[in-house]
Design a protein around this ligand. Structure first.
Ligand code: PMP
Length: 753
């Protein structure tokens, strides 16, 4: 669900934080730190990111510089789903930025450049957008320069005219002089959310309770003041003495952003229409979470996690969490915060301009409604959909992402090549380099050719085999997937009989059936095409029987036909030397794509010397087949797979996932089959032929933030950490519980199970 629209207007600051810093080294000295981070911060940007995580649709309004800091700031915000369309870039100015050396006790001296924040003008602001929001957050009227007294009142009036709540926080410590400038906006504010020092400084009162009363007297409807380890005070005009909400004890790493996190929690509570004290409870919980990591965006994952944290904080927190969770639309609060609005809007637009709204293997038409269709981005083993919902990625773009999203070395290599050129009049030097690397890496390969997609590669293998043998028939396993051209696509619309007339079929792992198909092909057998293991979508996976693989090799040798290994899906996930290297069976030709460039578009055909001449004779090409960037990415991918021992890492992670899932299924008394190699598992439920239970499972797992599929094998990437596995398992545990409930409820179509 979405909490609603928020406009976050004001200070957008890029924080660069390092820890732990005990002292600045003298002279030219240097010191080693444990961690350095850059985050989107400031009373507008920091609050915006946390609010987006909690489930609000946030539109950021502010001034930034025309520099790299602004690029970083915007991408940090967008990654979490904030719409940065309201940020204006002021030429010749730098983005507001702070360097924060964090001491080991969490204290944070700040070195700050005010930069562009004060340069926002009224004409830069989309007042219609402000008027349509549910909340206008004015972050830092004390730092907005000219606008504070020349236009801010108009912005606030637009918000009020549209029925939006106006929430204000200040950036600086302040002094009584500020009160004059802030009086106007405070008089109109529904809530003012300063910290204790700030409210005392601007009112000139030593005591926060007196200070609160002064502000309420200005006309502000409510004030919530954060007091660090003393929690928060909440008061409303005419509401009597302030209510105190205690702080929640955590191991503090860094207090940067705690105030912004409090604001986000408080606003999320207001959007849920919770009562004032419960809003402050959520604020305090978010503030505490933010203190557990480095930087203003640390600690908070989503509303469900914040509510669970609050629930576990003690009896009063638990009661508040229960009330907030009920308002969020679920008893436990779990699953709350999943937004769908952006995805829904894109699907509607897509329907008008894309046949069926989407096509191909990534179309979610046949999947449960909880699946997002459109994705925003990823980092490591986490991905975000267009609404900013976060998932542990167990699909990895259906295979291409093997080292994790945005792998540093791969993306650096791609960027370096892109700076030179990508599509040109000829390939780059990287083509030869990559061919050499593949020949050195994959045992059966004496040469390499490149294309774009797996289908290009499997089709090329067949064409080369036919050119080499001057025969036509290719044997494929019944039900196997080798691509989406008419000769191999699983759907028959638009396919002619002639397209398929040169195929014969055998059953995977059944040598006799392959021999019978070969006899039928007679002296016209060009090739046997086979995948490294049986991974047909929707069926339990079956590892290859080595005797079957050896039998196919012998069959091809005797018939003078080519053995083609379709390593498109498994290549570089199971073994660097090719997926059949461990069983010692070498194909003549192999098809690769998906993982070879960690998500960059590339396919390869590798072959042995016996097929080199035929490979040189066929005419195969494509407009983008020789582009250099994916080739540079592939070289880096293969290097990283080796350097990081990535395949062993995926195997370890995959085993941990498998063990966890097996234990959960047993605990829920559900009979499951978890098949395939640990890096490419697939889960089915006993007797669930129509995938109804698998769909219930996958829908709930996705709703809880683990991206899995009910009818396709999953993929583990080398970026998965223990935390990712734990988060995925938390989601699958809830998914098993949902399956159990669905069975117990015995809905008609599940009754046969
Ligand atoms: N072969 C196999 C085994 C595959 O898994 C796939 C893609 N799922 C293909 C071929 C076709 O690859 P592409 O979709 O890149 O054309």
């Amino acid at each position: 669900m979405s909490l609603g629209q928020v406009v976050a207007l004001g200070a957008h600051i890029l924080d660069v934080l390092g820890r732990p810093v005990e002292s600045i080294p003298p002279g030219q000295g240097s010191a080693r730190l444990a961690q350095i981070r850059a985050t989107a911060a400031g009373t507008a940007a920091g609050t915006a990111v946390d609010l987006a995580k909690l489930g609000a649709e946030v539109y950021a309004v502010g001034a930034v510089g025309d520099d790299l800091l602004a690029d970083l700031l915007e991408s940090a915000m967008r990654l979490h789903g904030v719409d940065t369309g309201g940020l204006v870039r002021v030429p010749g100015t730098q983005t507001s930025a702070t360097i924060l050396p964090i001491r080991s006790n969490g204290e944070r001296p700040a070195l700050h450049v005010p930069g562009a924040t004060p340069l926002l003008r009224l004409e830069d602001i989309d007042l219609a957008r402000v008027a349509s929001a549910r909340v206008l957050m004015v972050g830092a009227p004390d730092a907005l320069g000219w606008l504070t007294e020349h236009g801010l009142a108009d912005v606030v009036a637009a918000a009020k005219a549209g029925g939006a709540m106006v929430v204000v926080d200040v950036l600086r410590q302040g002094s009584p002089r500020d009160l004059g400038r802030l009086r106007g906006v405070l008089a109109e504010a529904d809530w003012f959310l300063p910290n204790g020092e700030q409210i005392c400084a601007i009112t000139g009162r030593p005591d926060p309770v007196q200070a609160i009363n002064d502000v309420l007297d200005l006309g502000t409807a409510g004030v919530a003041v954060t007091l660090g380890a003393d929690g928060a005070l909440v008061a409303t005009r005419g509401g009597g003495e302030p209510t105190r909400v205690p702080a929640i004890d955590v191991a503090v790493v860094d207090t940067t952003g705690c105030g912004d996190a409090f604001n986000a929690g408080m606003i999320a509570g207001l959007l849920l229409r919770a009562d004032d004290a419960d809003c402050a409870w959520l604020g305090v919980a978010c503030g505490a979470l933010a203190a557990t990591g480095l930087g203003s965006d640390a600690g908070i994952t989503d509303l469900r996690q914040a509510l669970e944290f609050l629930r576990d904080s003690g009896p009063r927190g638990s009661e508040a969490a229960g009330r907030l969770a009920a308002l969020a639309g679920s008893e436990t609060g779990a699953g709350a915060g999943r937004r769908r609005a952006a995805d829904r809007a894109l699907r509607e637009r897509a329907l008008a301009v894309i046949p069926g709204g989407m096509y191909g293997h990534q179309a979610v038409g046949g999947l449960p409604a909880d699946y997002p269709q459109f994705m925003r981005g990823g980092q490591g083993a986490r991905v975000w959909d267009v609404d900013g919902n976060e998932y542990v990625d167990l699909m990895c773009a259906y295979g291409p992402v093997v080292l994790g999203h945005q792998h540093r070395a791969v993306d650096a290599a791609a960027r370096a090549q892109a700076a030179l050129g990508d599509s040109q009049n000829g390939p780059g030097a990287v083509m030869v380099e990559l061919a050499e690397l593949l020949v050195a890496t994959v045992r059966h390969a004496d040469w390499a050719m490149f294309a774009k997609n797996g289908t290009d590669a499997t089709t090329m293998c067949c064409t080369i085999a036919r050119a080499a043998t001057a025969r036509t028939k290719i044997l494929v396993a019944r039900g196997a997937y080798h691509g989406a051209l008419p000769w191999c696509t699983p759907r028959l619309a638009g396919v002619t009989w002639a397209d398929r007339s040169n195929l014969g079929h055998y059953e995977y792992n059944d040598l006799e059936s392959a021999r019978a198909a070969a006899v039928e092909a007679g002296d016209d057998l060009a090739a046997v095409l086979v995948s490294p293991f049986r991974h047909d979508a929707g069926f339990d996976q079956e590892l290859v029987d080595p005797a079957f693989a050896r039998g196919l090799r012998e069959l091809c040798d005797r018939a003078g036909a080519a053995l083609i290994l379709d390593d498109v899906r498994c290549g570089f996930r199971l073994h660097l030397g090719g997926s059949w290297e461990p069983i010692g069976v070498e194909p003549d030709l192999s098809a690769w794509s998906k993982a070879i460039a960690n998500g960059h578009p590339l396919a390869a055909v590798l072959g042995s010397d016996g097929f080199r001449r035929a490979a040189g004779e066929v005419f195969v090409t494509g407009s983008f087949w020789f582009s250099a960037v994916p080739m540079a990415a592939a070289i880096a991918t293969i290097g990283a797979l080796r350097d990081e021992d990535a395949i062993a890492a995926m195997e370890r992670t995959g085993l941990a996932l498998r063990d966890g899932i097996a234990a959960q299924a047993a605990a829920h008394a559900l009979e499951v089959n978890y098949t395939g190699p640990p890096q490419m598992p697939y889960l089915t439920f006993a007797g669930d032929r129509g995938h109804e239970l698998a769909s219930v499972f996958a829908a709930e797992a996705v709703r809880r933030g683990a991206f899995v599929h009910p009818r396709h094998n999953w993929f583990v990437s080398a970026a998965m950490t223990d935390d990712d596995v734990a988060a995925a398992l938390a989601a699958t545990d809830a998914a098993f519980a949902a399956v159990r409930r669905a069975r117990a409820e015995g809905s008609a179509h599940l009754a046969h199970l």
